[in-house]
Write a protein that binds this ligand. Structure first.
Ligand code: AMP
Ligand code: MG
Length: 269
């Protein structure tokens, strides 16, 4: 296992996913990671309350991963105790004909969290330079232009009060095999398996190349990518939770000041 792991590569650098060990877990074990997660969850809840009360800025967390990479799991583990009123989760599937009739960012823009909210994207506009690129669903010229279009879109969001965190959950091909076998064997998990996941797995190398470009070309100062080591679910959850809490700390939302004269108010019988 490499001693150091570059969780947040510098903008402008080419990305090599082979240099990121999906098994990495720093000096944590499951017990210590779960214990720290529980403490941070309480901090997150407090920050979310303040963000909502302040109502001036929003946080958007984007999750991308290969099938079984843990998008559903990490969303549940990190945000499960948040106040649902201030949380918006959007899952992006293959676009409908209505969505395809617009530009690729139209359906995304529509789900951007309003001020005071945390938004969570389970898949995102990045699918339009991942599955769309690998399967050549549009001409190369079209998807190539999207990296810059995405950067400009994300820049607009950050300039208008939305902090963006982007998480790539990095699992190994072996780990995916194990998780797919688990899904097939467990009647409660079979619904998560789709025959369509197999041809995607076959093109693993093409997807890794597409991810390297997506992360490398869209890793801007305004919206950084996290390459989360995700073979260990407990470490994955902790890494994401830490990043979310840190971002909220930096956003530092404040409870609004009370209305003038509150100290004079007497509530009538
Ligand atoms: P799941 O997340 O397992 O429910 O699967 C959603 C499916 O929708 C995945 O196979 C994605 O690749 C696919 N998908 C999401 N966004 C797009 C897109 N923009 N174009 C084509 N397929 C997409
Ligand atoms: Mg799936």
């Amino acid at each position: 296992m490499p001693k150091d792991y570059n969780l947040t590569p510098k903008p402008g650098k080419r990305i090599s996913l082979a240099d990121h060990d999906p098994n990495y877990h720093a000096d944590h074990d499951e017990e210590s990671a779960r214990a720290e997660l529980a403490i941070l969850r309480e901090e997150l809840d407090e920050w979310q309350e303040r963000l909502y009360a302040e109502g001036k800025q929003s946080l958007l967390c984007v999750f991308q991963a290969m099938d079984t990479g843990g998008k559903d799991g990490v969303i549940k583990k990190v945000f499960e105790t948040c106040n649902p009123q201030g949380l918006r989760v959007a899952s992006f599937k293959a676009p409908t004909s209505d969505e395809l009739a617009r530009n690729f960012l139209w359906r995304i823009q529509n789900q951007v969290p309003p001020k005071g909210h945390i938004g969570v994207f389970n898949r995102s506009h990045y699918e339009d330079v991942l599955v769309v690129r690998v399967n050549q669903l549009v001409p190369k010229k079209v998807w190539k232009a999207r990296y810059e279009q995405i950067n400009e879109f994300e820049q607009l969001l950050t300039e208008t009060g939305t902090t963006i965190l982007k998480f790539y959950l990095h699992i190994s091909k072996d780990e995916q095999k194990q998780r797919m076998e688990d899904r097939l064997a467990d009647p409660k998990k079979q619904w998560k398996f789709s025959m369509g996941d197999l041809p995607v797995r076959e093109r693993w190398a093409d997807y890794m190349a597409a991810y390297e470009d997506a992360i490398g070309k869209c890793n801007t100062e305004a919206a950084r990518w996290y390459i989360v080591p995700a073979n260990h679910k407990w470490y994955r959850d902790l890494v994401v939770m830490k990043a979310v809490v840190k971002a909220l700390e930096q956003m530092n939302p404040q409870y609004p000041p009370p209305e003038a004269g509150l100290n004079q108010v007497k509530i009538p019988d």
